[in-house]
Write a protein of this length. Structure first.
Length: 259
């Protein structure tokens, strides 16, 4: 399971370490102490949520960072929770008007912060799904044949490139295609009448069948070569798909080749 990424910008060392420890159970945390380091992180990583302290050391306080985020098209959509010991209606209103999604006053209960993060991640995911759905439906409506062709081409290319890997996940394929897992599953079901996981397993088995037919290794070697991390699991999948065990298939193929 992939945890959402949280960028935490907090200059108070003890609080930063405490929050890091608490948040790391359910999120991937990137913790920095100042605005300069935060912007450096954002050059290579787009977090799901940013926790941003207002009172940060010179030259960039929290409001300055927030202003930079909301003026950058690549970063503007990242949900931001402002954190501050300043319980002022003016400061809260200022932060929200500048585009922050929420504001939490120190000291706060960690569960309250966790709920805010969880809700923002869920909201972002739902908005992403809706955006993708509208985008794909529009593209499909404009040119359905071309859309199906392009999707299959991209999907099959990724499956082919990663077919030998036993740790590559459906989530990673979705990320490579710049879509959510639910969107990927929807289009694979539509175009292949199956799930991404079943399609990947079937592709691995097709490659294994060719290797068995050509006697290109033992059953165990072929299982690992085609990305299965367990020979017994490979044998079970193969038998379910082809009606006989890999070893029986290999032996029958060898007899045919020998004639």
């Amino acid at each position: 399971m992939n945890h959402p990424t949280v960028l935490m910008v907090e200059d108070h060392k003890e609080l930063r370490e405490s929050l890091n420890e608490s948040l790391s159970f359910s999120t991937k945390v990137i913790a920095v102490s100042n605005g300069i380091d935060a912007l450096a992180v954002l050059k290579s990583e787009i977090p799901d949520v940013i926790l941003l302290d207002i009172m940060l050391p010179f030259p960039l306080d929290g409001f300055s960072i927030l202003r930079i985020l909301k003026n950058d098209i690549k970063l503007a959509a990242i949900p931001v929770v402002l954190m501050s010991a300043i319980n002022s209606d003016d400061k809260i209103s200022m932060g929200l008007e500048m585009g922050a999604n929420d504001y939490i006053v120190k000291p706060f209960k960690i569960n309250d912060l966790l709920l805010k993060v969880k809700n923002l991640v869920a909201l972002k995911k739902e908005m992403q799904n809706q955006f993708e759905k509208q985008l794909f439906l529009k593209e499909e409506a404009n040119n359905p044949a071309n859309f199906e062709q392009e999707f299959k081409k991209s999907f099959n290319m990724i499956v082919e490139e990663t077919i030998d890997e036993n740790t590559f996940s459906v989530q990673e394929i979705a990320e490579k295609l710049s879509m959510s897992v639910s969107t990927l599953e929807r289009w694979v079901l539509r175009f292949y009448q199956t799930t991404p996981k079943k399609y990947i397993i079937r592709s691995k088995l097709m490659k294994a069948e060719i290797m068995l037919r050509q006697n290109l290794g033992s059953v165990k070697d072929i299982a690992y070569t085609t990305g299965f991390n367990s020979a017994p699991y490979f044998c079970a999948c193969f038998k379910k798909e082809y009606g006989r065990s890999p070893l029986a298939f290999k032996r029958s193929s060898s007899k045919v080749m020998a004639k």
